[in-house]
Ligand binder design. Structure first.
Ligand SMILES: [Zn+2]
Length: 377
């Protein structure tokens, strides 16, 4: 991947180029940024840049044999380590390299949910088992096949167990000659301090709405749609791509939201049960997206109720519904409604049973929606 193919992140590209020209490339870098920010893409494009024999001042050439190998993920000195579902007979990331290459061929921006689904629909925990450390050390002891630098890309480094990380401390601190560790991680909180202290951290910010809009428009998405998608994607290019591929994400979610609000308000238990069942059929990522959408609608309705139309971002269908609905979102319930949605989002992320989460949420919504300010007679 060339730098020019990465959306936004110009400052980071410049920082990487500068480290190359100053000959101050750290032997262990950590690209630390949220999902969909392009952190893996940045790591890979930097490796390609370092290796390309025909690079310009600002990018790899993209056409030489080395670049072509990188672009098809076949560069012999580019190694990957990533979390997997550890079992007795499949206990190293090498055992999942077929799935890994398929996912990489599709995008460098995928998230952990996508990777989990590529492995199996099972909701086991992704980890780097202890044997993975030995595998990394063995690979890096091999002589360079292509004659230049060797790269070890460790994706989602925060999922590394302490036991595994401890076995790697020495090699991360002093890698063999011409070897660069490129760690990729989303959350600094979960990274072991022993690893963190041995790497140079490159913070990767989430993408701006403008970057996402521009990139979507380049792919033929209309300006209106691109702006709506960027709003929901919240800096996550992977999510933006998924939303843009759905037929019409706004209509999809708004229909469900409107139906849900009606059945919550009426507290029709049978309808709630059927709605919960329909939610249960969605993937975890879709459930989370729906909750994010609902959260935004609560916020928009509150604004519509208090601040009027001017500040509100809604499409026509949402507006038609909210003209009447917005009065139910007020100072007595808005904060609690948002808290409930945030809790539900967290629970779904942690694999709680979605039938329980959505039933509970629907009943709480009923209780909160009927809480109305006393109207003056
Ligand atoms: Zn090249």
């Amino acid at each position: 991947m060339r730098f020019s193919e990465i959306i936004g992140q110009e400052e980071i590209k410049e920082r990487l180029l500068k480290s190359f020209y100053d000959q101050r490339i750290a032997h262990a870098l950590m690209f630390l940024g949220p999902e969909g920010s392009g952190n893996l893409a940045l790591a890979l494009s930097f490796a390609q840049y370092i290796s390309c024999p025909q690079k310009t001042e600002s990018d790899s050439c993209g056409t030489c044999p080395t670049c072509r190998k990188f672009q098809s993920n076949q560069f012999a000195d580019l190694y990957f380590s990533f979390p997997y579902f550890n079992t007795d007979d499949r206990d190293m990331s090498d055992h999942f390299s077929k799935e890994w290459r398929e996912v990489l061929a599709e995008s460098y921006n995928f998230d952990t949910d996508h990777w989990r689904n590529a492995l199996t629909r099972d909701n086991k925990q992704l980890i780097f088992g202890v044997k993975e450390a030995a595998s990394i050390i063995r690979k890096l002891s091999l002589t360079s096949y292509e004659g230049g630098y060797k790269f070890m890309v460790v994706w989602m480094a925060e999922l590394m167990k302490t036991e595994t990380a401890n076995k790697l401390l020495k090699i991360v601190e002093e890698p063999p000659e011409k070897t660069i560790f490129l760690f990729v991680a989303c959350s600094i909180d979960s990274i072991l301090p022993t690893i963190l202290s041995r790497v140079q951290v490159i913070p990767v910010p989430k993408l701006s709405d403008a970057d996402i809009e521009q990139a979507l428009e380049k792919e033929g998405v209309s300006a209106d749609q691109a702006s709506a998608i960027a709003h929901y994607a919240d800096g996550n290019w992977w999510k933006a791509r998924q939303l843009s591929k759905a037929n019409d994400p706004n209509i999809l979610y708004s229909t469900q939201f409107i139906e849900w609000m009606r059945i919550c308000y009426s507290r029709d238990v049978g309808k709630i049960a059927r709605w919960v069942e329909s939610m249960n059929e969605k993937t975890r990522e879709e459930k989370k997206d729906f909750i994010v959408y609902a959260l935004d609608q609560v916020r928009q309705n509150l604004m519509l109720n208090y601040a009027g139309e001017g500040l509100v971002r809604m499409n026509t269908g949402e507006r038609d519904f909210s003209v009447k609905f917005s009065r139910f979102i007020n100072e007595l319930n808005a904060i609690e409604l948002m808290n409930e949605l945030n809790d539900a989002h967290r629970d779904i992320s942690r694999n709680a049973l979605s039938t329980i989460v959505f039933t509970d949420l629907s009943l709480k919504f009923h209780r909160l929606l009927i809480r109305q300010p006393e109207t003056t007679p």
